[in-house]
Each structure stands twice: as structure tokens, then as C-alpha cells.
Design a protein around this ligand. Structure first.
Ligand SMILES: [Zn+2]
Length: 400
């Protein structure tokens, strides 16, 4: 039998729970913390004092609310003092940000990226440049607690090796390249964590976005391909090597087109950007080309409307399968799938009505992301804060 946790272990666990609460929900009164954590007022007071002493939160008297009695102090994370670096490598852009405790974006830079660009050191160089520039303005008493990157590609869990879905950039030691680039900057950015962008976006929407309070969530993201993040029972499904949730390569049409992965008739060959653009009789790639089809359909272009109906039907086909497998409360459409879904919701819903088991169909809701295009970036920041949130007084994460 496992021994009961010691008083010290309980205290550390509670410190982490309290800090995570204000990190995700923002400034919170002691009274609300008392209620949500189920602890008594003096315990909350002692925990807060420890976090104040560690330089992680501050306590403030809230503005007068015209009520009698002493107001409950508000606990606020010290975003300016405790921060992490978050990086996002996508098919068409890269984003770097310095994010304060509480998920506050303090500095942010976004650059367009040519598709298929390589080698890795060239791709990641702007991350290091960003850190170098930003660090010049960071207050001397501020502390970086970690860094993480979201990559729109397949990320091997054990060593962060990245397989981009773009042709020709396979098995790149992305993690090593970023770590090497960052090692030449002043910021204490190690350790670097790397995860799939859709997985991190799903986690961010789950912990601070549209899927808060939903423990079964499917997040779909469209760019050049289709990626997905699945949360089941409150936990991300990553699979053995970190490649779980690659829903874009679920085969839906054995008579379909060849896919970049080597298979045929994958879902992304029917709903990805090139499928839509081709069906609309147009050229081009990227979000602008997708939005041009959506715009044209809105203005009455019959070919664009037919293309969206066709792609929407396949979108619903795949979502129906996923709903039958995972029984989610929420399906979220991110990236270009957001616009495709909004323009073809009737087709998507039609497929769900015909294909999904009644028991699973009743409560599933279809939504667009509430964190927008920065969901993966914020998910990366949360990942970088994870060590601190798990054990706020751990020496490796705690500011001196
Ligand atoms: Zn495929």
C-alpha cells in the first residue's frame, strides 16, 4: 500500500493547484479560491503568502464595490516577473512570443515563411533573434522558467524529432536546432519542449478557451494538410510515440487521390486546401486562396459554392467517424477549417445526422476556436510553465 502523502507533499500540491488556477483563470479573490479549492480560509492565506514570498503572485485590495465589510484580497500572477518563451512553427508562418505567468503575451513577433523552407538552422534562426532582441528590454529581476515550441508536423515524443508534412524536410532535429540557436542568447530558455501544434491548440482551448469544462474534445486544424488534437477523459491522446491524433490521414476514400504520406484517399486529400481550391476551379495555395473561395461562394459564385458543399460533405463524413469513435462533447474547427466549416455547416450537420449514433449525436457541439490562431502558441507557453505549475517551489523553476 502506498503511504499517505506527507504534510509537505500536500502543501506543495496545493501550491501548484492555486498557482495553476490563477495562471489559467487570471486574478482571483481569496474567497473564490477558498470555494473552488475546498480549503479553509487560513490555509488559502498561508499558501498565498508562500507564493508571494516566492515572487510568483501578488495580492491586491480590489476596487471598492460598495459592500460592507473587508473585501477579499485578489491574488494576481506576476506576469511581468515570471515568463516563458513560446514558439510556433507552422506551414506558412512562424510566431515567437514571450508570455508572462497568467498567459499574458508580453512580446510577440510573427513572420511569413516560405513553404518547404530548410535547413532547420535557417528555419529556427528567427526564434533566437527574437529572444536576443526581447531580452534587451526584460527587467533584470524577471525570470524565464522555460520554453516550448509548437510544430505543425509530426513530433516524436522521445527526442523531439520533427517530420514536417511538407515534402523534403523529414526527420529534422528541430529541437536540437532551436536549442543550439537559443544557447547563444542571454535568456535562460532551457529546457525546451516540442509538441505537435494541433495537440497544443487542443490543450489550450481545453484549459483556457472554448472547451473549458469539456473533457472530451476533438480539435481539427486545417492548413496545407489537416491535423488534429484529441482529448479524451480530460487527457490528450498522444499515442505511443507522440503521433496519435493524425486524423488527416484517416482513409475515407479508397478510390481517392494519392496523399503526401504515401497512402491514398486520406481525409486531407478530400478536405484539405488543395481539394477545395481544385474543386472551385482555381489556383493558388494557402489561407488567402481558401478564403478567396469562401468569399466567392458568399458572392454567389456557383462553382465555389459547389466546391464548399463537396468539401463540407467530406468534412462531415470524417467528423461523423470521429464522433462515433470518441463520443466528444465538442468538435472545434481551427485554421482554414474554421472558414470551410462556417460556409458548409449544413453539409457537415447533414452527415452527422445520417452517420452518427443517436446516443453520441445528442450532445455533440460544433464550434470555432475562441483563442483564434494563437491557440497553439498559448498551448506551448502553458507547456513551458508546466514544471513551475506542478511544483512552484521547486528550485529549478523558482525565481531566486
Ligand atoms: Zn495521408
Amino acid at each position: 500500500m502506498r503511504a499517505a502523502p506527507s504534510q509537505e507533499e500536500v502543501r506543495r500540491h496545493n501550491l501548484g493547484t492555486l498557482l495553476r488556477h490563477v495562471h489559467l483563470r487570471g486574478p482571483t479573490s481569496r474567497a473564490e479560491l477558498t470555494a473552488s479549492m475546498g480549503l479553509n480560509r487560513s490555509t488559502i492565506g498561508a499558501l498565498t503568502a508562500d507564493l508571494v514570498a516566492a515572487g510568483l503572485v501578488t495580492e491586491e485590495v480590489p476596487p471598492a464595490q460598495g459592500r460592507a465589510g473587508r473585501p477579499s484580497l485578489v491574488v494576481r500572477p506576476l506576469a511581468e516577473r515570471v515568463y516563458a518563451y513560446a514558439f510556433c512553427l507552422e506551414v506558412d508562418r512562424i510566431v515567437a512570443a514571450r508570455v508572462g505567468l497568467g498567459g499574458v503575451v508580453l512580446d510577440r513577433r510573427e513572420l511569413a515563411r516560405p513553404r518547404g523552407e530548410r535547413p532547420a538552422p535557417k528555419v529556427v534562426a528567427p526564434f533566437a533573434e527574437f529572444v536576443r532582441d526581447v531580452e534587451k528590454g526584460v527587467p533584470a529581476d524577471a525570470v524565464c522558467v522555460g520554453s516550448a515550441a509548437a510544430v505543425s508536423g509530426m513530433v516524436r515524443k522521445e527526442d523531439g524529432t520533427v517530420q514536417l508534412c511538407e515534402a523534403g524536410w523529414v526527420d529534422t532535429t528541430f529541437t536540437a536546432a532551436v536549442a543550439e540557436a537559443l544557447s547563444r542568447t542571454r535568456g535562460a530558455v532551457a529546457p525546451l519542449e516540442v509538441r505537435n501544434a494541433a495537440d497544443l491548440a487542443a490543450l489550450a482551448e481545453h484549459s483556457r478557451g472554448v472547451a473549458v469544462d469539456c473533457d472530451n474534445v476533438i480539435y481539427l486544424y486545417g492548413d496545407a494538410g489537416i491535423s488534429g488534437g484529441v482529448i479524451a477523459g480530460g487527457r490528450p491522446i498522444t499515442g505511443h510515440g507522440g503521433h496519435g491524433g493524425e486524423v488527416g490521414h484517416m482513409v475515407v476514400n479508397p478510390q481517392g487521390r494519392s496523399c503526401g504520406c504515401g497512402s491514398k484517399g486520406c481525409w486531407e486529400t478530400e478536405i484539405g486546401e488543395s481539394a477545395l481550391i481544385r474543386a472551385a476551379g482555381r489556383d493558388g495555395t494557402g489561407r488567402e486562396a481558401v478564403l478567396a473561395v469562401v468569399d466567392a461562394a458568399g458572392r454567389g459564385d456557383a462553382m465555389a459554392q459547389a466546391a464548399l458543399r463537396q468539401v463540407g460533405d467530406w468534412l462531415g463524413f470524417g467528423v461523423a467517424n470521429l464522433v462515433n469513435i470518441f463520443n466528444p462533447e465538442l468538435v472545434i474547427f481551427g485554421g482554414t477549417l474554421r472558414d470551410v466549416y462556417l460556409s458548409s455547416a449544413a453539409q457537415v450537420r447533414g452527415r452527422l445526422t445520417r452517420m452518427v449514433l443517436v446516443a453520441a449525436r445528442d450532445h455533440v457541439r460544433l464550434r470555432t476556436p475562441s483563442l483564434g490562431d494563437d491557440a497553439a502558441l498559448l498551448g506551448a507557453a502553458d507547456l513551458a510553465f508546466e514544471g513551475l505549475l506542478t511544483d512552484p517551489l521547486d528550485s529549478s523553476a523558482n525565481p531566486p
